[in-house]
Design a protein. Structure first.
Length: 505
């Protein structure tokens, strides 16, 4: 009975648990309950991925109504892979949150934080699993509204301006997506994504379909913070509570990248998006500019959370670059980087949050001498930072290896060089933090202040992610199998006879 409804459980569990969490009241009860729910959803996500890899796509008819008349939940290797990453990060961040939010969120708002976290998690799960374009918008708004709330909960009042900016840009993005979906419905009379793909007739409704495509691509680009539509992200990541930043940086933008992949490959088709409209070149240019522009911006910031925020925009550039190569290997590289970047940024933001917990600041100057005083935290930051750079035996190296491989398969030598060049900028902004931590002394006025490691509930999730950075950097069987299966499945559903697709196989 449970397996029959397995596809719906990652959405229903956190959605039903959210109001219960609010009713529980006490912070410790809310934390334990929310963490348990997220852990259960993670187990279900693991089972769904195993089933999708073994049996292929799974279709779940909500209410027993068959698609396209009823709402469909559809699980395949692509969304199950991303769902596993999202649910695992949600669980680890909730474990980390118990002590972290005590320093950064007023006690009266702790229960509200756990409630909003579960609602955001339910929304992200719904985005990944739904097979209905309008319900994708609904789940997107559920996750977004919860996200705006979480960003605004910090004690620093600047979080309110950041949340408002995020709200305005997020609403614009959602409006664009809704208009695009409406245009598709006007042309086809259906909202089911697979049915949309079958009914879209470019010859008869070319202008309407193309306008819908443009609106959806712009709206999704705002949500995933693709350059130059990324300006909401640095302030939101900088002023939100550390646990919130760790969760959003690891999940929200990655899910938005998946939405772009889903619309391109499942709804509109490669032939139209990349063949007729030429969006591969547009995405490639924006991705390259994002990598270098935002990596440079990261090198000149003094607030480490802002440094990592600009780094996130640059890393999103790598994901989009993989998609723009229009090959199975390129898409595989983008999907792998979605998973790997979640591990990297989750560990980095947790480490920065640990520094704020003990020092009360995340300015680079606050990291002076912490290599000796907080050795476990700074070791975690160092390993995750090396992963962002792309050092061998880390997940960052795996992502960039496949991205460079995809570029070389198409004889794009310059593109491969640019990928490696972006890594050099990462050396600079990560290196500045490590220099302060290991090669600079704390000011004389602060040497008498004892600084010790954070509680184990903050260290344990952080180091789980750090060890995952190493484990999946050495043993790539799970990530490559899931990502390659997802890429092959998405390409098989398109009729675009590209030479680079054949070359990738």
């Amino acid at each position: 009975m449970l397996e029959q409804h397995l596809a719906a459980l990652p959405i229903l569990l956190p959605l039903i648990a959210a109001p219960i969490t609010l009713v529980l009241g006490r912070s410790s009860f809310s934390w334990a309950f929310a963490t348990l729910i997220s852990a259960c959803a993670c187990l279900f996500a693991w089972q769904l991925l195993a089933l999708a890899l073994t049996n292929g796509a799974i279709s779940y008819e909500v209410g027993g109504w068959p698609p396209p008349w009823g709402i469909e939940l559809r699980v395949d290797a692509a969304n199950a892979f991303v769902l596993l990453a999202v649910s695992a990060l949600s669980t680890l961040v909730l474990l980390y949150s118990k002590d972290s939010i005590e320093k950064e969120i007023e006690p009266s708002k702790h229960t509200l934080y756990y409630t909003a976290h579960l609602l955001c998690f339910a929304g992200l799960s719904g985005i990944l699993l739904t097979g209905d374009a309008f319900n994708l918008f609904v789940f997107l708004e559920i996750s977004s509204l919860a996200t705006y709330t979480m960003v605004s909960l910090a004690s620093d009042r600047r979080c309110l301006i950041a949340a408002f900016r995020y709200l305005v840009m997020g609403t614009i993005g959602a409006t664009f997506i809704l208009i695009g979906v409406g245009l598709l419905y006007m042309s086809t009379g259906t909202l089911n994504m697979l049915d949309l793909a079958n009914r879209i007739d470019i010859a008869e409704s070319g202008r309407t379909i193309n306008t819908g495509l443009a609106f959806i691509m712009v709206g999704v680009s705002i949500k995933l913070a693709l350059f130059p539509l990324h300006m909401w992200l640095p302030s939101a990541y900088t002023y939100a509570p550390s646990a919130v930043t760790a969760f959003l940086a690891s999940t929200a933008t990655k899910v938005a990248v998946y939405v772009m992949i889903r619309f391109i490959f499942t709804v509109f088709g490669l032939d139209h998006v990349f063949g007729s409209m030429g969006m591969d070149l547009i995405l490639m240019v924006l991705a390259i500019v994002a990598i270098f522009k935002c990596s440079y911006k990261a090198t000149v910031q003094s607030d480490v959370k802002t440094v990592l925020a600009y780094s996130s925009v640059a890393q999103i550039g790598y994901m989009i670059l993989g998609i723009s190569l229009v090959s199975a290997t390129g898409l595989m590289a983008g999907l792998i980087h979605i998973f790997n970047h979640a591990l990297m940024k989750g560990a980095l933001f947790m480490a920065v949050g640990a520094v704020f917990y003990r020092v009360g600041s995340v300015d680079i100057s606050a990291f002076r001498g912490l290599g000796k005083q907080m050795p476990l935290t700074m070791a975690a930051f160092t390993i995750a930072g090396l992963s962002i750079i792309g050092v061998p035996l880390t997940v960052g190296f795996v992502s960039k290896w496949y991205l460079v491989t995809a570029a070389l398969e198409q004889n794009q030598w310059v593109l491969a060089a640019l990928v490696l060049g972006g890594s050099l900028l990462a050396v600079i902004y990560i290196g500045r933090v490590l220099e302060a931590a290991y090669f600079q002394q704390r000011p004389e006025s602060e040497k008498t202040i004892e600084i010790k490691e954070v509680p184990w509930l903050m260290l344990a999730p952080m180091w789980v992610l750090v060890l995952a950075n190493i484990y999946f950097g050495v043993d790539t069987s799970l990530t490559t199998e899931a990502a390659s299966s997802a890429a092959e499945w998405l390409f098989q559903n398109n009729e675009m006879p590209l030479g680079n697709q054949a070359g990738a196989e």
